[in-house]
Write a protein that binds this ligand. Structure first.
Ligand SMILES: Nc1ncnc2c1ncn2[C@@H]1O[C@H](COP(=O)(O)OP(=O)(O)O)[C@@H](O)[C@H]1O
Ligand SMILES: [Mg+2]
Length: 464
């Protein structure tokens, strides 16, 4: 390795390290490299990549190491990579597990690069985003009916720990492969390492491996890695969209960890925290990532972002900042999960830009509104019911409650991803069937049914 490094043409260094503090490195150099520029140090034949984050004065910059910093020390020479960080892309990326740099994490040989692409894409024109108003079916009843995905848009999956964000994300990846014959890019950001292994095996077991690429920068990685790995993901997603001209799903699990990484970097850079302990650059950092995801002038990349909600508090500044960038938001609630309602979607808090009569058509819109109204009224009456019993309600309220309870059960669904644990085969339901069933439930066609018959199943029709 050392010999190989020697054979690299003798490019002069642009500076030397004067300070190392964890992953933050101060470099004296001239000329000053621009922000976002990738630099590197040679360490026993390998490279340690640094990214410029701050100009300190006329001849010093602060950079963040994107690798283990063991071996970095004062006096080490720093070289310029000549541009922002680039990753090797090629069709062979499908079926692989890679890191931030596109290097293998799956023990397979390195990827054969067809091209190198920069992580920081060209800034997009405002007009290039927001692919009109087509919905992308997920086969999940409650989502397609009440908070549909926008094709080429962004959906957030919000919830505290253990409410089912990762499970749902995996189910979407399956839907993209099965229903739309598309591919997925999964960027694992700052979550547990063990989970990464499990996800990979699940993908393999369900035969989706060759329709997905997984990238990880998990909890144990330095903040620089967790801050950037989502950009690697979108870079691959764009490549796949351009090359395969197919439906591409881009998943980030979890965007909250991206914010946390930014916060760690911010305090390492010596910035004072602003709102409730978050970095002063919170909104610009989230915007930078979200706008990068948005920059899809050539076609659709639909993104789904899992967002951890600290203390189940949706008003958390990081959570609300992320929320403001989305087309639809699926809110998962602990209360639903505790009642055995999976997916644990809160039907009243979740929403979508698509929920518009002109975009969805009359019938879908009317049925969705009817379902919401029934569920909202049921929620209002719940306290009265638990105190006085259902008999005390007026006949019309009693009927609403009866139907709302069936609809609530009907909107549960066994997923493919959980099938090995639950023993119930997964069900994917076409939107037309969901609308038809809900319409029938609202009209009272299933009033005679036992509630339990509506629970954890696919469409109603084939059983009747
Ligand atoms: N749709 C579901 N059906 C059945 N069980 C589920 C479902 N979603 C989540 N769970 C249960 O909750 C656990 C945690 O889900 P997970 O997706 O890992 O949560 P999160 O990513 O929100 O922390 C799963 O291991 C599973 O046992
Ligand atoms: Mg998770």
């Amino acid at each position: 390795m050392a010999e190989h490094a020697e054979r690299v043409p003798a490019i002069p260094p642009i500076g030397v390290i004067t300070e190392v503090q964890g992953p933050v490195v101060v470099i004296r150099c001239s000329p000053l490299p621009p922000l976002g520029r990738a630099l590197y140090c040679r360490l026993a034949g390998s490279r340690c990549v640094l990214e410029v984050h701050q100009h300190l004065d006329c001849d010093r910059v602060r950079a963040i190491a994107l690798q283990d910093t063991a071996g970095l020390s004062r006096g080490l020479r720093v070289y310029d990579q000549g541009g922002p960080l680039k990753v090797p892309v090629g069709k062979a990326c499908l079926g692989r597990v890679l890191n931030l740099f596109g290097d293998p994490l799956d023990g397979q040989p390195p990827m054969v690069a067809e091209q190198w692409r920069a992580l920081h894409g060209e800034p997009s024109l405002l007009a290039s985003g927001g692919q009109g108003g087509q919905m992308l079916e997920s086969g999940i009843k409650v989502i397609d009916l009440l908070c549909p995905f926008v094709r080429g848009g962004k959906t957030g999956l919000f919830g505290g720990a253990g409410v089912g964000k990762t499970v749902l994300v995996m189910e979407f990846m399956r839907a993209i492969a099965q229903i739309h014959r598309g591919v997925s890019v999964f960027a694992g950001v700052g979550e547990r390492i063990r989970e990464a292994h499990e996800l990979w095996h699940e993908l393999e077991d369900s035969g989706m491996r060759n329709r997905a690429l997984m990238l990880f920068g998990q909890m144990d990685e330095s903040p620089g890695v967790r801050f950037r790995v989502a950009l690697t993901g979108i870079t691959y997603a764009e490549y796949l969209r351009d090359e395969l001209a197919t439906e591409v799903l881009f998943v980030v699990d979890n965007v909250f960890r991206f914010v946390q990484a930014g916060s760690e970097i911010s305090s390492l850079l010596g910035r004072m925290p602003a709102t409730v302990g978050y970095q002063p650059t919170l909104s610009s950092e989230v915007a930078e990532l979200e706008e990068r995801i948005f920059s899809t002038p050539k076609g659709a990349i639909t993104s789904v972002q899992a967002v951890y909600v600290p203390a189940d508090d949706m008003s958390d500044p990081a959570v609300s900042t992320i929320l403001s960038h989305l087309d639809s938001s699926v809110i998962l609630s602990r209360q639903q999960a505790s009642r055995g309602i999976y997916p644990a979607v809160d039907p009243l808090l979740s929403s979508s830009r698509m929920l518009d009569r002109h975009l969805l058509g009359d019938r879908h819109y009317r049925v969705a509104e009817g379902v919401r109204e029934h569920l909202a009224r049921y929620k209002e009456l719940e306290d009265i019911i638990s105190m006085l019993g259902i008999e005390e309600l007026s006949p019309s309220d009693r009927r609403i409650v009866l139907r709302a309870r069936r609809i609530q059960k009907y909107l549960t669904q066994p997923l493919w991803v959980t099938a090995p644990h639950t023993g119930i085969a997964g069900q994917s339901v076409a939107l037309v069937d969901t609308i038809r069933d809900c319409d029938a439930l609202l009209c009272g066609r299933y009033d005679e049914w036992d509630e339990s018959r509506c629970y954890m199943r696919g469409a109603l029709e084939e059983a009747s």
